[in-house]
Design a protein around this ligand. Structure first.
Ligand SMILES: CC/C=C\C/C=C\C/C=C\CCCC(=O)SCCNC(=O)CCNC(=O)[C@H](O)C(C)(C)COP(=O)(O)OP(=O)(O)OC[C@H]1O[C@@H](n2cnc3c(N)ncnc32)[C@H](O)[C@@H]1OP(=O)(O)O
Ligand SMILES: Cc1cc2nc3c(=O)[nH]c(=O)nc-3n(C[C@H](O)[C@H](O)[C@H](O)COP(=O)(O)OP(=O)(O)OC[C@H]3O[C@@H](n4cnc5c(N)ncnc54)[C@H](O)[C@@H]3O)c2cc1C
Length: 662
């Protein structure tokens, strides 16, 4: 398959003709630099030239089993294509390209993410030497098996046990109850022959909490399940049904002592426990995956936005002025209000994902030299950003679907598949409410520490009880971000006051926490969004020194829209704490509407600059050429129901009904 850039329709040609900025420059910024754009395009070209990676038939028309096999065929083809051409699967993940060919539930995604990451992050040197080459070369294929039927969120409540037997130097893995059954892990049902398993460690009758174990599940020749293990697939889900999410039970299954991951905590041959430097180091794979999910969510949102904004420029409906031609629906202010704030969100999330990755890299380097002090901040930032990014990507994708009217509901728009894939992100890798409550815990601790005069880490330093007065004028970007910060400080102070009041009136701290948890989640959400605003403003101001004025202007407008929108969303809080007044809010609302009209002019060019090719968008509505109606029509012809004029169902059911004497 070769990349042919087709002539686009008149509407899109006109839109593209209005572009006042250098698209390639914006593309480079989004990719992280021209070299990364070039690398992404090389990978794309290679993938596009591999016809086996593309579906002949939509997965919607396949049986459950064929759907899985087809995705597995493409996943294995993807891995071998990358390998043969000198790329790693990580290259395909970090550029998004590989994932988009497989986002119906790639059965190798858990292997290349959490299984490999656990081996890299939790192994001692011997284990690393033994397992990493096998896993990297797909000699063993694995998943991350933590969640059980009874517990997902509360990791300490897991019931699978790993009891050490010092006489044989083995752990005995066991699922004592039905609720101890591992449930959900991607690719566990039929694909994986290994799993990293989270289980309660028992030594000499004492429980030491959840620890991670490498467990072989299937024979490496026959792929049959090993004795002492029951494994299978959990059945259809809301989306990503080409994956084989699975279940797993152990019946006193034995593994060697050396199969406990021993980088951070160890068990000696005689059954002694050596503690880790920090009790949550074994949660490291989850933190790393949350960091990746922020990128992933922004990428999925960008696909939905490209589809909806191009479609909105092609679709004409109704009359704006009686008797005039039907306008492009993108000209309606309400349509701009649906889509453009989410376009701004995509940019905000992309810059924040990059900032988070830097915190992750810095913290990981510190851990390597025994420094644990940055771990709580990384946990809070990664939890908050994972939650905001997935919440916003899901909401934004659904708005994109709604913005496309009826056609957005078509499978061939690809919006339903993007939606169901990213919707899972709200739940997996830490359910979002639960993650926000972890952030809230960090905020309250920080607020209290600050009241006692302690210095706070960078992301919460604005919570200081006596903040230095801001010198930025209120209506500047910085001034509005400061106002948002003042709002969060007020919210956290209010939460702390309510918690204290409840404790003072006789409630236990835990009961008080639960009684304030709605407000606490709002604090965590507001704090994370304040952090995102800060990252966006900083990134745009730094870029101002290096990019052309056209690109800088577009970024400045998007950043401004993001901040204005956020201020309006938070108006109630900001009024209550006196950070803004009604007059300021009125002018902010007016400015937002004005900005929508300004950004609308170049909206198609901005989404073009995200640079996702048609083969990765997979949408009848969002293709580069805007040839929407022809594509929708052609796609409908592929329905199996259209193979014959009269279906079997007519003879079997409809005709008898029509002939019956009712
Ligand atoms: C690259 C990816 C790209 C695309 C993705 C595509 C496909 C991937 C598809 C699917 C992947 C999905 C896989 C999964 O879902 S795997 C399962 C994930 N499960 C979870 O995330 C469980 C969520 N629950 C938890 O993380 C924890 O149980 C908890 C809610 C955080 C509570 O932990 P618990 O042990 O009970 O803690 P407490 O005793 O309550 O103590 C809290 C205490 O610990 C601190 N803490 C907690 N976690 C961490 C951490 N990770 N790092 C540092 N510190 C941590 C917490 O702050 C608190 O500290 P205090 O000082 O306040 O006590
Ligand atoms: C598509 C998909 C793929 C997955 N892949 C994997 C995988 O590869 N490996 C793996 O191990 N797991 C996997 N999971 C499981 C996933 O990690 C869990 O479903 C997730 O962590 C949520 O846990 P839960 O299902 O127990 O929800 P619950 O914790 O039961 O949540 C239900 C409700 O209770 C609320 N709640 C729970 N605890 C609290 C609390 N402390 N305070 C307030 N409210 C609370 C939640 O907010 C939520 O509203 C996957 C899940 C999905 C959907």
């Amino acid at each position: 398959m070769s990349v042919v850039v087709p002539e686009c329709c008149d509407d899109l040609k006109r839109e593209r003709g209005r572009c006042l900025f250098n698209k390639e420059e914006l593309t480079n910024i989004l990719d992280g630099g021209p070299k990364l754009t070039e690398k992404r395009r090389r990978i794309e070209k290679m993938l596009i030239n591999t016809p086996e990676l593309f579906d002949d038939v939509s997965p919607d028309y396949l049986s459950h089993e064929d759907r899985y096999s087809n995705e597995l065929r493409k996943a294995t083809q993807l891995m071998t294509t990358l390998e043969k051409n000198g790329f790693t699967y990580n290259d395909a993940v970090t550029t998004g390209t590989g994932l988009w060919l497989l986002m119906d539930g790639n059965p190798l995604s858990l292997h290349i993410s959490m299984f490999l990451d656990t081996i890299k992050g939790q192994s001692n040197p011997q284990q690393l030497q033994e397992w990493l080459p096998l896993a990297e070369k797909f000699k063993i294929i694995g998943t991350y098996a933590q969640t059980e039927l009874g517990h997902g969120t509360f990791v300490r409540g897991l019931e699978t046990t790993a009891t050490y037997d010092s006489t044989t130097k083995e752990f005995v893995l066991h699922s004592p109850t039905i609720t101890a059954t591992k449930w959900w892990p991607g690719a566990l049902g039929k694909t994986s022959n290994h799993a990293v398993v989270m289980a309660q460690l028992y030594l000499g009758g004492k429980c030491y909490g959840p620890h991670i174990f490498m467990v072989q599940l299937r024979d490496l020749e026959t792929h049959r399940t090993l004795p002492g293990i029951v494994v299978g697939e959990i059945g259809p889900r809301l989306g990503m049904n080409s994956n084989d999410n699975g279940f797993l039970q152990f019946n006193h299954h034995r593994i060697p002592l050396t199969n406990m991951f021993m980088k951070h905590s160890q068990v000696t041959e005689d059954g002694k426990y050596v503690k880790p430097l920090h009790s949550k180091l074994s949660y490291g794979t989850m933190v790393q995956t949350r960091v990746g999910i922020v990128y992933h969510a922004s990428r999925e949102l960008s696909r939905a936005l490209i589809i909806a904004i191009r479609y909105s420029a092609v679709r004409h409906q109704s009359e704006m002025v009686p008797g005039d031609p039907e306008p492009q629906i993108l000209d309606y202010q309400t349509q701009q209000y649906k889509l453009l704030p989410h376009l701004a969100s995509f940019f905000a999330l992309r810059f924040s994902a990059r900032a988070l990755l830097e915190v992750f890299i810095g913290t990981s380097a510190g851990l390597g030299s025994g420094k644990m002090n940055m771990l709580p901040e990384l946990h809070a930032l990664s939890s908050g950003l994972k939650a905001v990014a997935t919440n916003d990507a899901v909401k934004g994708t659904d708005i994109c679907r709604l913005a496309c009217g009826g056609h957005g509901y078509l499978s061939s728009s690809n919006l339903p598949r993007i939606y169901t894939a990213i919707a899972a992100g709200i739940t997996y890798e830490g359910e979002n409410t639960v993650l926000f409550l972890q952030v809230a815990r960090y905020l309250i601790k920080s607020f209290r520490a600050s009241s006692q005069g302690q210095t706070l880490p960078f992301s919460v330093s604005y919570l200081r009880v006596q903040p230095p007065s801001s010198h930025a004028p209120l209506m500047s970007d910085r001034g509005l971000v400061d106002a948002l910060g003042a709002g969060v400080r007020w919210m956290v102070g209010e939460a702390e006051r309510r918690l204290q009041q409840l404790v003072d009136s006789g409630h236990s701290p835990h009961a008080a926490w639960n009684a304030c948890s709605v407000h606490l989640v709002q604090c965590a959400d507001a704090h994370t969004r304040y952090y995102i605003c800060e990252q966006f403003v900083d990134a745009v101001s730094k870029l101002g020194e290096t990019v052309s004025s056209g690109v800088h202007e577009v970024l400045r407008q998007l950043c401004r829209l993001y901040i204005l929108h956020r201020v309006i969303q938070t108006a109630g809080i900001l009024l209550r704490c006196g950070a803004v007044d009604g007059k300021a809010l009125t002018s902010i609302e007016e400015e937002e509407c004005h900005l929508l009209a300004t950004l609308r002019i170049q909206a198609v060019s901005i989404v073009d600059a995200i640079d996702i090719k048609d083969v990765f968008l997979k949408s009848t509505l969002g293709a580069w050429d805007g040839n929407v109606y022809q594509r929708i029509y052609e796609e409908a012809q592929k329905s199996p129901l259209n193979k014959s004029d009269v279906t079997q169902g007519y003879y079997q059911y409809l005709r008898p009904l029509m002939k019956a004497n009712l």
